[in-house]
Design a protein around this ligand. Sequence first.
Ligand code: FAD
Length: 569
Amino acid sequence: MNDNGKQGDSGKPRILIIGGVAGGASCATRLRRLSESAEITIFERGPYVSFANCGLPYYVGDVIADEKKLLVATPGLFRKRFNIDVRTQNEVLSIDRHSQEITIKNRKTGAVYNEGYDALVFSPGSSPIRPPLPGIELPGIFTLRTIPDSRQIREWIAQRGVERALIVGGGFIGLEMAENLVKRGVSVTIVEMLSQVMPTLDADMAVPIHNHLIANGVTLALGDAVSSFTEGPGGNIIEVATKSGHKYTADMVILAIGVRPEIGLAREAGLEIGERGGVRVDEHMRTSDQHIWAVGDAVEVQDFITGSWINVPLAGPANREGRIAADNILGRKVKFRGVQATAICQVFDMTIASTGTSEKVLKRSLKSGQSIPYEKVFLHTRHHVEYYPNSTPMTIKLIFSTTDGRILGAQAVGGEGVDKRIDVISMAIQRNSTVFDLEQCELCYAPQFGAAKDPVNIAGMIAANALRGDAPVAHWENADLDGSIILDVREPGEFDTGHVPRAINIPLGELRGRLGELDRNRQVLVYCAVGQRSYYASRLLLQHGIQAKNISGGFSCYAVWKQIQSDSH
Ligand code: FAD
């Protein structure tokens, strides 16, 4: 127990925990591992503790067929293995900070009672946003947070013979639900207010996801917002209207437009709430009350890179924060490092992962005057050497500081091996590493896993080359395309299948002998299919005194840029 904590009547510290899933459960078991004497009680409003919310979309999709598999631990296991008292269907109604007591309602019996605490842990999570739109309460409109939610969705699909579903929101829960419903034979439309899905990614990395969703039969309605729901004929279908005037008909609607920290109790108790709507905690996960700690989706913590306050509703931070709160409650002074929002999701067979800051966040901070000067590079590669069978394509976007090369963020889209690359870069970010570290980092290699120069090394090399001035990069969206020579160094056959307007074609193999064709007084912007041959070309040109820049990501990025432009019109 910490210095200030009073002890319960038994002389044992009484630690009460509100919420028994990711943050609450991990805090409870860590507490027990550190103290055999603490009295630990978890209050959980719902019927289950420690269940796998991340597995719920796959239960809807029948990938996980047995509901019991979602139960990571039961109250009985908590009691037997950890001597932790778990009270499910017991909802905490209020916190009295003065008397250090909470009021609880037993939802099974209706009884209301109080419990005193020496330390209180607040881990109530976040609730799915349900905007007050006309018709939002109609049957058949679901959110997904709990096992009963997923059970209801399954039952609705089975009983109503659902053929068409409309998903509102293209974040990771929306996309995972899209995949799982398609796998169940349901035709899916996603309506997303932004012009892209996966809002944590930059638009250029979302384009391949759009194409992949469409290729898998999902209808995408981007840049549009749902405005109302009405009951269709016979009460069997829902008619969905959008702000742009479109109308959709669906047998079921899933709302997946984000979550909001559940901070009602904390606010009423007078705990400090931050600008992002989460409970403010210090680096020890302690709230503005010295006897109360808070963890998980309900808190806001500091962004590891920008230092700004951020609310990241992910299971990893919730679990780590729970552990750190336990350490600090029992007197170990452990600091939470902050969050980088390292996240991953899979849609059909595409893996999408990111860590750290995105370019759009950096652009926003530029506007608010807290700018970090940055550069980005793109790498289109394969997850392992091409000569070994079944390599799959992967695109990595690496964002780094131009001041010192510090890595600020990375996003990757592909198949296998995306997780590994983003995890490596995530750890590099946590250690304040630079692109020069990525260039040199030693990673495991055999043909079926990667390459002797792993994609992480290559991304680091491209970035380091740019920073050292060895191979400066340019980007389609802001390059001086009118004032420069645009040089396409692909083979003529590739050039003929599509090229950038005004580009001249000199294949890499001929470039050395045809330098005289280039006006030495003008900048040359070089591109190829993905950026590799144009890198060789730009090195060649620079060494001949010609000012050259490699357009990062090459013609592949040009296609993406054009698609973003046409989608926004
Ligand atoms: P929760 O795990 O939500 O637990 C909070 C608990 O507190 C709830 O069970 C609630 O009933 C209870 N509670 C609230 N108020 C009270 C009260 N007054 N009294 C008693 N009990 C109360 N994250 C990932 O990192 N990867 C994923 O793949 C992923 N997939 C997800 C898929 C879905 C469908 C959902 C819903 C979430 C997913 N998440 C994922 C997010 C992740 O589950 C959460 O970030 C994490 O569970 C948050 O932990 P928490 O302890 O803060 O809240």
